[in-house]
Design a protein around this ligand. Structure first.
Ligand code: MSS
Length: 366
């Protein structure tokens, strides 16, 4: 579109035609750009920064990046070069912003009105956090949380806790967590948190701390505002705060990526209805597709490789569609038995939308 904003400099290597630029810090993948190859290419993946990214200087000597490990028997400061000697694991994971699907909330929450495109399936390589912890004498007694701190330079004159990107997750999440330096086969870009990023598989985007400079096992959640007041499931019209549920593990979700209304009228006959499904910390067990707005459902089949429980699965339903109007929907179920609900859970900031109805699409077949 003529009014399309340009990509910001730190992400100008992305494919402009595949990205919706909401702002310099919020780039969304177009629904039509998701292919069927499971992995979301780096140049199509969404970006969300709560603070402007650090200077690209930090990528000049990646191996010299230092991360502090605390809340273990033997706290330490380690360089990325040292981390690379301590263990290696590769995990495919859906990275999804907590606010993905916010654009479907009718009360128009403040924040980016993402539809489906604040998500992607990414392969990360790094050192398993559990290996690091083991090498440093284990987690300190009483530590309940794993707290990661982002390495952005903080604006002067503000209370650091009011701006710092620092998040706590349950300490058990360390079992599958990584300190990652590689993303889809390349050193992690600045846009996505290089040189070093905390990856907490199955947890929403904000818990995956970019430019990580400190990883600590703590007795309490961080007092950073992004934890205490940000990313809380707050009633509409209510005030957020530390007693409300925090956005943590993702829930079962799916959506259809083709055919889309923006593709114009679809030719009658055989149509391949395909999309993605993921279960957060549980594998996807099955996906059903409806062409009549959820009145009837048919089991779809999975396509492509299964990259493990944290990755998404591509699904397809072959349908013979006569000319007419259709409402296409998908509904996934995970291995714990959880299915996508019809309705979103209403909340002030528009988090965790996994409603199948909201993600359904109306298409014309001619
Ligand atoms: N990190 C840091 N350091 N900073 C910031 O800002 N953000 C978040 C994460 N991490 C941040 C971080 C968010 S919020 C998200 S989503 C993610 O990240 C995204 O990613 P990418 O790579 O895509 O951009 Mo919402 O929940």
């Amino acid at each position: 579109a003529a009014d399309a904003k340009p990509l910001p400099g730190y992400a100008d290597w992305k494919i402009p035609g595949d990205i919706i630029v909401h702002s310099n810090n919020t780039l969304e993948t177009k629904r039509s750009a998701y292919g069927t190859s499971v992995i979301t290419p780096n140049d199509q993946l969404f970006v969300r920064n709560n603070l402007p990214p650090p200077d690209a200087e930090i990528l000049k000597d990646r191996d010299a990046w230092v991360v502090e490990i605390d809340g273990v028997a033997k706290p330490a400061k380690l360089t990325l070069a040292e981390l690379k000697t301590m263990g290696l694991e590769t995990t495919a994971m859906v990275l999804q912003c907590s606010g993905n699907g916010r654009g479907f909330f009718p009360h128009k929450p403040s924040g980016t009105p993402w539809k489906v495109g604040a998500a992607g399936c990414v392969v990360w390589s790094g050192v398993p956090v559990r290996a690091l912890v083991q090498a440093h004498g284990g987690v300190k007694a009483g530590a309940k949380y794993m707290t990661g701190t982002g390495g952005e330079k903080l604006p002067d004159g503000l209370d650091p806790l009011s701006v710092i990107v620092e998040r706590s997750v349950s300490a058990d999440a360390m079992e599958d967590a990584l300190l990652a330096w590689e993303m889809n086969g390349e050193p992690i870009s600045l846009a996505h948190g290089g040189p070093l990023r905390l990856i907490v598989p199955g947890f929403t985007g904000v818990n995956n701390i970019k430019y990580i400079k400190r990883l600590a096992f703590t007795e309490q959640e961080t007092k950073a505002k992004i934890m205490s007041h940000g990313y809380r499931i707050t009633p509409i019209g209510g005030t957020s705060g530390p007693d409300l549920p925090s956005v943590q593990q993702m829930s079962i979700k799916s959506w259809i990526n083709a055919p889309l209304p923006e593709d114009g009228a679809i030719k009658a006959g055989r149509v391949q209805i395909h999309g993605v499904a993921f279960g957060g910390t549980h594998a996807v067990k099955g996906v059903e597709v409806s062409t009549d707005g959820g009145k009837t459902w048919t089991a779809a089949k999975f396509v492509g490789p299964d990259l493990g429980k944290y990755a998404w699965r591509q699904f397809v339903l072959e349908a013979d569609l006569k000319p007419g109007e259709y409402q296409l929907a998908s509904r996934a179920t995970d291995t714990s038995g959880e299915s996508q609900p019809e309705a979103r859970v209403e909340n002030k900031s528009g988090y965790n939308n996994n409603s199948w109805l909201d993600h359904s699409i109306k298409v014309s077949v001619a």
